[in-house]
Design a protein around this ligand. Structure first.
Ligand SMILES: Cc1ncc(COP(=O)(O)O)c(C=O)c1O
Length: 425
């Protein structure tokens, strides 16, 4: 916006808001403004600073992207060094960093998962997994779960289990069936002649839903019995988020295909990865190596970030940290729940993904903006607006958790003051 002399100078916020409203997404711009969202200017560790220099504890954590916090120096240095030599791949020559990251992932992944296809986001990682499963098994049916979140491109969207995102795009891809998450009998019936079952070890966007113990083992057994492949969608649960390196490690299950994204870039460069067993991959692409490709997938910048992120995860013991601090955060959330059961119905979590389920969706509309006002980010889960997710970086400290939960408690008090007792909904 150009200001004429004599005009009141628009603030940076006004400028950015106007550009969102006019050129990005008008209704989202209005919604974000109403919620009190400022402009992000810089970030470091668990904090983000806005245009007025105010700082916010980031307990939304980019929906699980910032496992290492913002701008981890080891990752930033690795990306900067890569930028000095070659940013994107020629695609004609071998790319050293892609080979190295694929090898590192084979080492880190459960069991004999070995071959990695690289892309640039979670939904692309899922698309690759679905195509791989269909080609590898020569079957077409895919089983997924109700309330799942796998992304919003057509294949991933079809696998996603929330109608509001899907209905407008019907007809979607045929031969998908959704079963209740946690229900092995329903899965057994659905798996007849299926190519694959895709499942999240914890349904994060579904409202941090944790399946009953033994579910993932049972899933593995049923997939084996039916000759169907097991796709574990670890886009959000992977790389330490749940207090295990992978969400499936909770039950020592080895999937046939695994999708990874979010934390794999160390929060610095977008990345997606689909890791599969060698025989599964060879049956699909052994004779047609260019059947599924991505121009930017596996670029040197993203792979340098990935290599550095895996090193930090190990060097800083972040998986163990996630488990310990996750227990602490959950205990604090449960303490608060016990004090305000009229507003908070339930608190649950695994590692550093904690869901706070409200008695009524309406409370979130006050709690989230109030938290922001007091210096903390929090957000709804995408499929369940009654649940506020707390998903801080794995480098978070106990003091930062105390500070965040203090702010959250003030948000709850404000919601009670403003709304009184809402009908349970
Ligand atoms: C389990 C899971 N799969 C896939 C996706 C889609 O990832 P992206 O938004 O990077 O496409 C998400 C995003 O939240 C996710 O949580």
């Amino acid at each position: 916006m150009i200001a004429r002399s004599g005009d009141i100078q628009p603030s940076l916020f006004d400028d950015v808001y106007a550009s969102y409203k006019d050129f990005v997404n008008p209704p989202l711009a209005r919604f974000m403004k109403l919620a009190g969202a400022p402009v992000e200017m810089r970030a470091s560790g668990c904090r983000i600073w806005d245009e007025a220099g105010r700082s916010y504890l980031d307990f939304c954590g980019g929906y699980g992207v910032f496992t290492l916090g913002h701008m981890h120096p080891v990752v930033v240095d690795a990306v900067r060094a890569q930028l000095e030599t070659m940013a994107l791949s020629s695609r004609v020559f071998f790319n050293e960093k892609m080979g190295a990251l694929a090898a590192a992932l084979a080492k880190l992944a459960p069991g004999n998962l070995q071959i990695t296809f690289f892309s640039n986001s979670g939904t692309e990682a899922v698309e690759a997994a679905l195509k791989l499963a269909r080609l590898s098994t020569k079957r077409t049916k895919i089983v997924s779960t109700q309330n799942a979140y796998h992304g919003k491109t057509m294949g991933s969207l079809t696998a996603t289990g929330r109608d509001v995102f899907k209905d407008s795009f019907e007809p979607l891809i045929p031969q998908f069936e959704h079963v209740v998450f946690g229900d092995l009998e329903a899965l057994d019936r659905a798996l007849l002649d299926a190519a694959a079952f895709i499942v999240e070890p914890v349904q994060c966007e579904g409202g941090v839903i944790i399946p009953p113990d033994g579910y993932l083992r049972g899933v593995r057994d049923l997939c084996d019995a039916h000759g169907a492949l097991l796709i574990a969608d670890e886009v959000q649960t992977g790389l330490g988020r749940t207090g295990y390196v992978w969400g499936v490690d909770y039950e020592s299950v080895v999937p046939d295909i695994m999708t990874v994204a979010k934390g794999l870039s160390g929060g610095v460069v977008p990345i997606g990865a689909t890791i599969s067993k060698l025989d599964v991959w060879m049956r699909a692409f052994g004779k047609s190596p260019l059947m599924h490709t991505s121009t930017f997938g596996g670029n040197p910048l993203a792979c340098s970030a990935g290599l550095a992120a895996i090193k930090v995860l190990r060097d800083e013991n972040l998986v163990q940290r996630s488990r310990m601090l996750g227990d602490y955060l959950l205990a604090k959330a449960r303490e608060l729940q016990a004090k305000v059961p009229d507003v908070i119905e339930h608190a649950r979590g695994r590692g550093l993904v904690v869901g706070i389920e409200l008695t009524s969706e309406g409370y979130g509309g006050v709690i989230i903006p109030e938290c922001l006002k007091l210096g903390m980010t929090a957000a709804y889960t995408l499929n369940q607006q009654k649940v506020i997710r707390l998903e801080p970086p794995l480098i978070v400290t106990q003091e930062e958790i105390d500070e965040a939960m203090d702010i959250f408690a003030q948000g709850v008090t404000k919601a009670k003051e403003k709304l009184g007792r809402l009908a349970v909904r």
